[in-house]
Design a protein around this ligand. Sequence first.
Ligand code: 13P
Length: 248
Amino acid sequence: MANRKFIVGNWKMNGLSEQLTDIAEIAKFADKYEGVDVAICPPVTLIAQAAEHNPGFMIGAQDCHYADNGAHTGCLSAAMIREAGARLSILGHSERRTDQHETDAEVKAKAQAVHAAGLSAIICVGETEQQRDAGQAVEIVCGQLAGSFPENADASWLTIAYEPVWAIGTGRVPEVADVEEMHAAIRKKLNELMGEGAGGVRILYGGSMNGGNAAQLLAVANVDGGLVGGASLTAEKFGPIIEAAAAA
Ligand code: 13P
């Protein structure tokens, strides 16, 4: 049986309080298409207000520290983002793996911390263009997945997002056959890593997903949803993606 589709907006470093109206508009779409799970991960400064004004609609964070507390200036623990109103956190996004030098081991520890606090985790994996050109994409992505994979993983709280680095924010999207190959490889790896229950872990595609290409991407086998950046900032752009997921 196909998994319920999951469409997640990653706002990255975009949004001030005036953009809360966009979250309210997006929440209306989520209400309308009840068969789809929808979440928005705004900057942390908006989590509390977004969660307060849109009860029932899933608000998430974009990162979280693996420690419970301590001398980590500028960082936030899982309990802190939960208290703010987050119900999930994106972890190991390629921008953090590059800019903050996050390692697989750190991503794994973060996922475990998030789960221990009662939140869900979306672990991101993806190859660079150079790695794809060298024919290493599947090997790199499956290696990242194995290294970042938390103990006691379960489909009730864990989601994987495949985001080819070269497709993020570029308007470029892989061929359908390449998405299909990668998502099948991730599913196979999940089977190896966790056995029973692997089929229920949702695998999202991310990288230049928009209202024009969502239907085609969401129809691919093992694509259980999308992790959307630029096209998640307004209901006008994000709504059609939710609509496509409902029809997929
Ligand atoms: P874009 O949809 O802007 O390409 O970003 C994808 C992404 O990185 C989501 O996490």
